[in-house]
Ligand binder design. Structure first.
Ligand code: UN1
Length: 497
């Protein structure tokens, strides 16, 4: 690709110093709305750079672990304030780097502000517990301990929010980290680490290595890393889990989704339509929580589908930097080719395109990776489009007549991240939610938009049982240590006295 201007050159951040990679190879991050425009040049780190970063994190660990957690928390409150001052600037850069519409990008940064204040507070709440012993004058307690050095590998689609979900709990819990952001959003990774630097986190607590899968694999394979936290594709997650198992390394995974929205015969149809538009086409469908299947009762199908078709032409599709834009481009050429291929396969298998189905071929949108908001009808649950993650603005409609059928279809995929039900009978909807294979469920709301103080994560192949966000995320980044204290001068034997 040709550059139209000289992009700024950025560095890694190791032991509190900005430094180039040892081998001076670089890569660029491009604007998906204007793919010839580079937003920056970044070091293409190798295994040797990862080794330096892990050494720095390992050296910093004992002091950071020994720093009282409330003191660690104070730095997180400063971090929240600092990010607040950067909110608009980061959102503008996010729109430019990865194509998220500006107003949504503000929300992405807001999640990090909330996570920073939340985790700052957890600095005063890293509770363990104390429990009575079998013996008098013997004390039993359990405390949380950090794991050590954590490798944090994050995706481009939430380039500030998702790193905050991982970095902040890891660091408040007393771990030190090596952070590798996605190669499609390195500028946002840079900004996040600048924030830690600006508010005075000690050297080595957070280290940044930019790069591609070479750096990611080096992190996963490094013997001094105790835990890998990864959000991304199920295929990569499977590889990471396998390698971590071989090394007895802890591993927390947030993977794909094939999220269903069930719209029932008594639904508030207008509300469902608004929720479907936002769930399916927000972030151009590039959320792991995006609504990709509409499972609709046949009695309301016409009303729901016609309502969607009437609203889609009113969506503002365009440059993500413009405040009014609601749908931006996909991330890159591979992404748009994948969506095109999946839609073509669905049509070959009998799906009917009700709207969209193609990339934009006319100016100005043909310059970027823009795909038309797409609704496919006549989708059968067995089709690839109904089984596999699209990560684009495509909603597949599956029509049903009974609740058992709706639930069997909703659950009949290998994923289980998010699901929604629209019905005005909330008691009935609670019963539906109980039967859905999903870690996140919504009644009368879209499948996207999780809040930071409740657990986030999926069942089945959407993850490996860990949860992010909420205080429960601390279970990922700490290990329990049980302490038994004998206060009498006698040997007493548990289970035998
Ligand atoms: C993701 O797509 O990886 O619930 C995370 C949501 C957002 C996070 C999505 N808060 O849609």
């Amino acid at each position: 690709m040709n550059n139209t201007s000289t992009p700024a050159a950025f560095k890694n951040y190791i032991n509190g110093q900005w430094q180039s990679a040892l081998i001076p190879a670089t890569f660029e991050s491009y604007n998906p709305a204007h793919p010839t425009v580079s937003v920056g040049t970044f070091p293409e780190s190798t295994t040797q750079d990862v080794e330096l970063a892990v050494d720095a994190a390992k050296t910093a660990f004992p002091n950071w672990k020994a720093t009282p957690a409330p003191k660690r928390g104070e730095l997180f409150f400063k971090l929240a304030n600092y990010i607040q001052t950067q909110k608009e600037a980061w959102a503008r850069e996010m729109a430019t780097e990865m194509g998220k519409p500006y107003t949504e990008a503000l929300g992405d940064v807001q999640e990090a502000i909330e996570m920073a204040t939340f985790m700052g507070g957890e600095g005063r709440r890293l509770h363990g517990f104390q429990t009575p012993s079998e013996f008098p004058n013997k004390w039993l307690m359990a405390i949380r301990q950090p794991v050590g050095v954590c490798g944090i590998i994050t995706p481009w689609n939430f380039p500030i929010a998702v790193p905050s979900w991982k970095l902040f709990p890891a660091i408040i819990a007393g771990n030190t980290v090596v952070f590798k952001p996605a190669e499609q959003s390195p500028l946002m990774g840079q900004r996040m680490v600048e924030a830690f630097d600006a508010v005075g986190f000690p050297a080595g607590v957070i280290n940044l290595v930019q790069g591609n899968e070479v750096a990611g694999k080096a992190l996963v394979n490094h013997p001094d890393i105790g835990l890998i936290s990864f959000t991304g594709s199920t295929a990569t997650g499977t590889w990471i889990a396998t390698r971590c198992a071989e090394q007895h390394k802890l591993c927390a995974l947030e993977l794909g989704g094939k999220n269903a929205c069930i719209v029932w015969e008594d639904a508030n149809v207008n509300l469902a339509i608004e929720g479907l538009l936002w769930g399916a086409f927000g972030t151009a469908g590039q959320r792991c929580t995006a609504t990709s299947r509409l499972i609709v009762h046949r009695s309301v199908k016409k009303a729901v589908v016609e309502g969607l078709l009437a609203k889609i032409p009113t969506l503002h599709i365009g440059d993500p930097s413009i405040v009014e834009t609601q749908v931006g481009p996909l991330i890159d050429a591979d992404a748009i080719a994948k969506v095109e291929r999946m839609v073509a396969t669905a049509v070959n298998q009998g799906a009917i395109v009700l709207c969209g189905g193609k990339r934009f071929t006319e100016a100005p949108l043909n310059e970027g990776f823009y795909f038309q908001p797409t609704i496919l009808d006549n989708v059968l649950p067995s089709m690839e489009i109904a089984q596999e993650e699209v990560f684009g603005p495509v909603l597949s409609v599956i029509t049903v007549g009974s609740l058992d059928e709706a639930i069997a279809i909703a659950n009949g995929v290998r994923y289980g991240l998010s699901a929604a039900v629209y019905s005005q009978d909330v008691g009935w909807a609670l019963g539906v939610v109980e039967r859905l294979d999903a870690g996140l469920t919504y009644i009368n709301a879209p499948t996207i938009g999780a809040e930071t103080h409740v657990p986030f994560g999926g069942v089945k192949q959407s993850g490996n049982g860990h949860r992010e966000a909420s205080n429960l995320v601390l279970d990922t980044y700490t290990q329990w240590k049980t302490i038994s204290i004998e206060t009498t001068p006698t040997l007493r034997k548990a289970q035998m006295d």
